[in-house]
Design a protein around this ligand. Structure first.
Ligand SMILES: CC(C)(COP(=O)(O)OP(=O)(O)OC[C@H]1O[C@@H](n2cnc3c(N)ncnc32)[C@H](O)[C@@H]1OP(=O)(O)O)[C@@H](O)C(=O)NCCC(=O)NCCS
Length: 160
C-alpha cells in the first residue's frame, strides 16, 4: 500500500455511525438505518481506516450451506481521495485471506468467492482480475435497465 498509516481492520459496533453515513447513496432512510446493523451483525465487514476514519470497505458473507465453502463479496469501496494507492487491493487481499482462514478453521475446504460488477466498471474489473477472479457470465440488466452486470468467480481450489 502506498499510503502510510492506513490500517485494515474488522468492523465492529463502534463503526456503526460512520458505516451508516457511508450508505447515503441508498436514498431510503429505513434501508440506510438498517444496513449498518445488518453489516455488523450478520456479515463480515472489513474496513480501511485512516486514523479512526473509515476510508474504504468490503463486505463478505457465506452463501447457502457453509459446507459448500462459497462466499459472496459486496460493496468494495474506496473513498475518492484514497483511490489508486493500493487500498482496494489490500481490502481484497485481506478479505480473501479471511475467507480461507474462516473455512480452514472449520475444517471446510474454501471453494469459491463470487461477486457482481457493472460491465463498464473497468477499474473494479481490472482489480478483480488481478486477484484471479474470472468473468464467467453476463447477467444482463440485473440491477438496472441501463447497465449490464457480470458474474465473477474466484476459484480458491485453483489459487490455494
Ligand atoms: C474499484 C476501487 C475499489 C479500486 O480501489 P483502489 O484503492 O483505487 O484500487 P488499487 O489502488 O488497489 O488498484 C488496484 C488495481 O485496480 C485497477 N485500477 C484501480 N483504479 C483504476 C483506474 N482508475 N483505471 C484502471 N484500473 C484501475 C488497476 O488494475 C490497479 O492495479 P495496478 O495499480 O497494479 O495497476 C475504487 O476505484 C472504488 O471504490 N470505486 C468505486 C466503487 C466500486 O466501483 N466498487 C466496485 C463494486 S463491484
Amino acid at each position: 500500500m502506498k499510503v502510510k498509516g492506513i490500517k485494515i481492520v474488522e468492523g465492529t459496533s463502534a463503526d456503526k455511525e460512520q458505516l451508516t453515513e457511508s450508505f447515503q447513496h441508498f436514498n431510503d432512510k429505513n434501508i440506510i438505518k438498517n444496513r449498518a446493523d445488518c453489516y455488523l451483525s450478520h456479515n463480515n465487514t472489513i474496513l480501511a481506516k485512516d486514523g479512526n476514519r473509515i476510508i474504504g470497505k468490503i463486505l463478505w458473507y457465506i452463501k447457502e450451506d457453509p459446507n459448500f465453502g462459497v462466499v459472496e463479496f459486496e460493496e468494495l469501496y474506496v473513498y475518492d481521495d484514497y483511490r489508486k494507492k493500493g487500498i482496494g487491493s489490500e481490502l481484497l487481499r485481506i478479505s480473501i485471506e479471511a475467507v480461507c482462514d474462516h473455512f480452514n478453521q472449520l475444517g471446510i475446504k474454501p471453494r469459491r468467492i463470487f461477486l457482481f460488477v457493472d460491465e463498464n466498471n473497468q477499474s473494479a474489473r481490472k482489480l478483480y482480475e488481478k486477484f484471479g477472479f474470472e468473468c464467467i457470465a453476463n447477467l444482463g440488466h440485473l440491477y438496472s435497465e441501463n447497465n449490464n452486470y457480470l458474474f465473477y468467480i474466484l476459484d480458491l481450489e485453483k489459487t490455494n
